[in-house]
Design a protein around this ligand. Sequence first.
Ligand code: G3P
Ligand code: MG
Length: 254
Amino acid sequence: PPSHPAWPWPAFIAHRGGGRLAPENTLAAMRTGAAAGFGMVEFDVKLSRDGMPFLLHDDTVDRTSDGSGLASELDWRALGRMDFGGWHGPDFAGEPAPSLYAVARCTRAHHIHSNIEIKPTTGHEAETGTAVAREAARLWAGADLPPLLSSFSEAALEAARAAAPDLPRALLIEGPVPADWRLRQQGLGCIGLNIDARHADEAAVRDILDQGATLAVWTVDDPDLARALFDRGCHAVFTDALRHVRADAPGLVR
Ligand code: G3P
Ligand code: MG
C-alpha cells in the first residue's frame, strides 16, 4: 500500500485489537494483533461510573462479559470482578476488564501503534472525550507516534480537542459520507475521516482524498477490496480477518 505523509501510521489496523481471533477490546486481543504482525490496533474506550477510562464497545457489558449493566452505572471495582474473555471461548476465560492505562502499557511494550476510538456511553459524550484525551496524552507521552483519536461523536471530539489539542483526531462516519463532511471535519480540527467500507465507493474516496483529508476504512476483510481501496489512495484499512495478514508480507493475502 502507498504511504502518505499525512498518515504516518501503518496501513493495516487490527479491529478491536485482535479481530475475530480474540475477545474484542482486551489485552489478549492486543497481544493477538501484535503476534499476527499488525503494527497498529483499534479499540473502543468509554468511562466507568467513577470515571476510569476502559475498553468496551457497547453501552453495556452484557455481550462481552459475564456481568450486566451500563458501563456508566458500574464502578471500576465492580468491572474488575467480571470476566471479559470467557464469552469468546474457554482459552480466554478470566480475561480482565482492560483499563486504558493497561492497554497503553501493553501496546507500547509491543511497539504497536494505537487508534483510540472514543465510544461514550450514550449521554456521556463530552466528559468521555475530555477524560480519554487527557489520559491518552499522559499515557503516550514520548511515543514516537501519537495515538490517533477518533469518534462518531462530534461532542466527544470537541472535548478531546480542548483537553489534548496536540493529539491527532479523525471523524468517524456512520452510513454514507455526508455532503458537508469537509466543513465538519475541518471545524473539529480533524485530520480526516474513518468511513464504513460499504460506503467507500470510488466517488466518495476521490472526493475525500482530493480535498487533502486522510482516509481509513472499516472493516475490510476481503484482500481484493483492500487492494482496490489502496489503489484508490486510501491510507489504511481496519480488519477483523487477522489470519489474512502475514508478518513477513504485510497486506491481506488469501
Ligand atoms: O473505528 C472503526 C470502527 O471500529 C467503528 O465501528 O462499531 O466497530 O466501533 P465499531
Ligand atoms: Mg471501534
